[in-house]
Design a protein around this ligand. Structure first.
Ligand code: MOS
Length: 733
């Protein structure tokens, strides 16, 4: 539709904003459930070994403690001998909480204490004594590099002849980059409330990015087909940490089934460091170019850590085969199993670290060749994804470079490092390219216009703070010619029409397409309804000759109009449901989102302190449904990129095999004072291949490239190339 009154493309406030800022949005741990019992998790203090004894006598002696659940007294679990793989499972055998006496990592949940209050449960949990037979562990990727095996990734075959091209080239870069473990740390810790129903069914409030993923997981694991409903109407951030069912969920279910009571299990902030995370990696980049900077050879080899039970695999190195024109490319990716939990998708998984390495290496190459880093990108520009040999359905990256550079004032960048200063501060400018996928997954939605003319649209998707409620309301209002106030969108309930995990930046393209299609079905039903009477002025009209605007169905010729409300007052409520799969026409094309990030830093010459003073991020992601919520996504991504560059790192004491900075005091993230004004540009990009909306998704592209741009700016400021993230002051001095 997209008439002048359409909300599509407008920077509207979040429709759920008032609920959130007034505290009325109910998060997973907050559901008001009568007779609720509270669980507290007891975590392993060793990284590898066997439980020899669990002494729960002191805990059980406390009045109000109802259960100490361990591997010895848990209810039978149907799938434990053949573990069920959820929608985001890695290759291997998913972790099974309280499966047996084996300890696989430090922080592993070994017992759940259930009591009448949360405080009592936590106190009682502190009294549980666990004895172990300790085994030697390995948690250090650096020490285990030689034990790495091929990752089960479907990497593109090598193309051309890397070795000869690299050897023969005029200019070369050969550098290794290191990235640390990072933990997601959303504001809302993971929590589940399992509401035990009289018939034994379970109504579950969970912190998740996929209510149906959790529903299927529990139905399979506990053999409870048809007895599980999962709700997650509000999620306080997730960034990937809610893509898989986390252990608090099955623990709460076990306790509820055993006690036949409702149970809440909420993880502490410290326990937020006891499951998935971004893996530590080492990445070797070899780039070669001719004297003018045209790329002749690229090799990108990564080693990442994984657990001993799953091979966590992400797209880390593929970006190096697709971002620039190059005939000789070789990619490699290995995994080293350690005595740790399995890593997990975290915002732009793989790209965040893989593109960091590539884009720093490009900066090094620009220096080798002696040309401007942006000019190097332009000389190697391509509209073809070399991994797939396909042209992009749209790629306005050139416009990102141009508009971003102009807004930033890139032409004022000093070519020589260490040549711009303000008192004690060295000033530097850096840039990088960002790239992410433009995925679409099968999704369904239902649209129902009730007899009062209000539209209710539903789908079992999630809103993890991204703006799903708002964007879907806009898409539906646009499709039906209604105002935002006349439309309600509901999500986060496994009983609603099928939706994929909210992840991969694919919610607008997937669920948005289903909403559009369901509304198209509803438009047809409304037209059918007005054509019921033989004397209808709409007789002979079809969806091409009518339009839905301003709450009315009218002939495009302008001769006749009828309010939708009048139609449903006669017909009664009308409803349509649609399921949408990615269109086959996508197969002939490569798809992706792109960005150009420009960063200015100020480095104190004496102290080594680094301050990011300006950021411009220019994004090409197709049609932007809501520039405000989409802009928020990019700003959030840039903030995280700055954190990745300068702050974030979860440190293990390898003697204990245990994370030491597992709290938000010692796990550093940027605070307001660390963040400058962030200038976001959405460049125009039209794409009629990706989906009918032409939207590619913005949840992840915002972070990609940022850390490289910061690192490159630090080099420009100081002449020092720090390749190991985060770039803390000790590494700069
Ligand atoms: Mo995102 S890591 O797909 O939640």
């Amino acid at each position: 539709m997209n008439s002048a009154n359409s909300p599509l493309g407008k920077p509207l406030d979040r429709v759920d904003g008032p609920l959130k800022v007034t505290g009325k949005a109910c998060y997973a741990a907050e559901a008001d459930v009568p007779g609720l019992l509270y669980g507290a998790v007891v975590s392993s203090s060793i990284a590898r070994g066997r439980i020899t004894r669990i002494d729960a006598v002191a805990a059980e002696a406390l009045s109000g403690v109802r259960l100490v659940l361990t591997h010895q007294n848990r209810p039978p679990v149907a799938s434990y001998d053949e573990p069920y793989e959820d929608d985001d499972a890695a290759d291997g055998s998913p972790f099974r909480p309280l499966y047996n006496d084996r300890v696989l990592y430090s922080g592993q949940p070994l017992a759940l204490v259930v009591a009448e209050t949360q405080a009592l449960a936590r106190h009682a949990a502190s009294l549980v004594r666990i004895e172990y037979e300790v085994e030697a562990h390995q948690t250090d990727l650096q020490a285990a590099r030689e034990q790495a095996h091929e990752a089960p990734a479907e990497l593109p075959e090598p193309r051309g002849d890397f070795d000869s091209a690299f050897a023969a080239a005029a200019k070369r870069v050969d550098s290794e980059y290191g990235t640390p473990v990072e933990h997601h740390n959303p504001m809302e810790p993971h929590a589940s409330i399992v509401q035990y129903q009289p018939g034994g069914e379970l109504l579950i409030h969970d912190k998740t990015q996929g209510v149906q993923n959790c529903q299927r997981y529990l139905e399979q694991v506990f053999d409870m087909e048809g007895k599980i409903r999962v709700l997650a109407p509000f999620v306080g951030g997730a960034f990937g940490s809610g893509l898989r069912p986390q252990y608090q969920l099955p623990l709460a279910v076990m306790a509820a089934l055993k006690l036949k009571a409702s149970v809440r299990v909420e993880l502490t902030r410290q326990q937020m460091f006891t499951f998935g995370y971004r893996p530590r990696t080492f990445q070797q980049l070899k780039l070669a170019a001719d004297g003018e900077g045209r790329l002749r050879a690229i090799e990108h080899r990564a080693i990442g850590q994984t657990s001993r039970f799953e091979d966590f695999t992400e797209h880390e190195v593929e970006w190096s085969g697709m971002l620039y024109a190059c005939d000789n490319v070789r990619l490699g990716y290995r995994l080293a199993p350690l005595d740790v939990y399995t890593p997990l998708d975290m915002r732009a998984p793989g790209a965040t670290i893989g593109v960091y390495a590539l884009e720093c290496a490009m900066d090094e190459l620009a220096h080798e060749v002696g040309i401007d880093p942006l000019e190097l990108r332009l000389r190697n520009y391509t509209d073809i994804n070399g991994n797939e040999g396909k042209r992009y359905s749209s790629k306005e990256l050139r416009a990102c470079y141009q508009q971003g550079a102009e807004r930033f004032g890139w032409s004022r960048r000093p070519a020589q490092p260490r040549s711009l200063r303000d008192g004690h501060q060295l000033i530097g400018m850096g840039m990088a390219t960002g790239v992410w996928e433009a995925m679409q997954m099968p999704a369904s939605a239902r649209a129902c216009l009730d007899a009062d003319g209000r539209l209710l649209v539903t789908s079992a998707t999630a809103d993890i703070g991204t703006g799903t409620y708002t964007a879907m309301t806009q898409i539906a209002a646009d499709a039906m010619g209604l105002s935002m106030a006349e439309v309600e969108f509901r999500l986060g309930d496994s009983s609603l029409p099928q939706a994929p995990l909210e992840g991969g930046s694919a919610t607008v393209s997937s669920v948005g397409s289903a909403v559009q299609r369901a509304c198209a079905g509803l438009r047809q039903k409304l037209l059918d309804a007005v054509q019921q009477s033989p004397a209808s002025p709409f007789t002979g009209a079809n969806l091409e000759t009518v339009e839905f605007v301003d709450g009315q169905l009218r002939l495009k010729s302008g001769e006749h109009a009828v309010p939708l409300r009048d139609i449903v007052q006669v017909s009664g409520a009308l409803e349509a449901e649609a399921s949408v799969k990615p269109d086959e026409k996508r197969d002939a094309w490569a798809t992706g989102t792109h960005s150009a990030v420009f960063v200015e830093v100020r480095v104190d010459e004496d102290l080594g302190t680094i301050k990011v003073s300006r950021v411009v991020s220019a994004i090409a992601a197709g049609r932007i449904v809501n520039p405000k919520t989409a802009g928020n996504q990019i700003v959030g991504g840039v903030v995280w990129g700055i954190g990745q560059a300068l702050h974030e790192e979860t440190l293990i004491d390898h003697r204990l095999g245990r994370y030491m900075n597992h709290n938000l005091a010692e796990y550093h993230i940027p605070v307001n004072a660390d963040i400058p004004e962030i200038d976001v540009i959405f460049v125009e990009e039209h794409d009629d291949i990706v989906n009918d909306l032409g939207s590619k998704g913005v949840g992840e592209i915002g972070i990609v490239g940022v850390a490289a741009a910061v690192a490159n700016a630090i080099y420009n400021a100081t002449g020092k190339r720090v390749r190991d993230l985060p770039i803390t002051l000790d590494k700069v001095l």
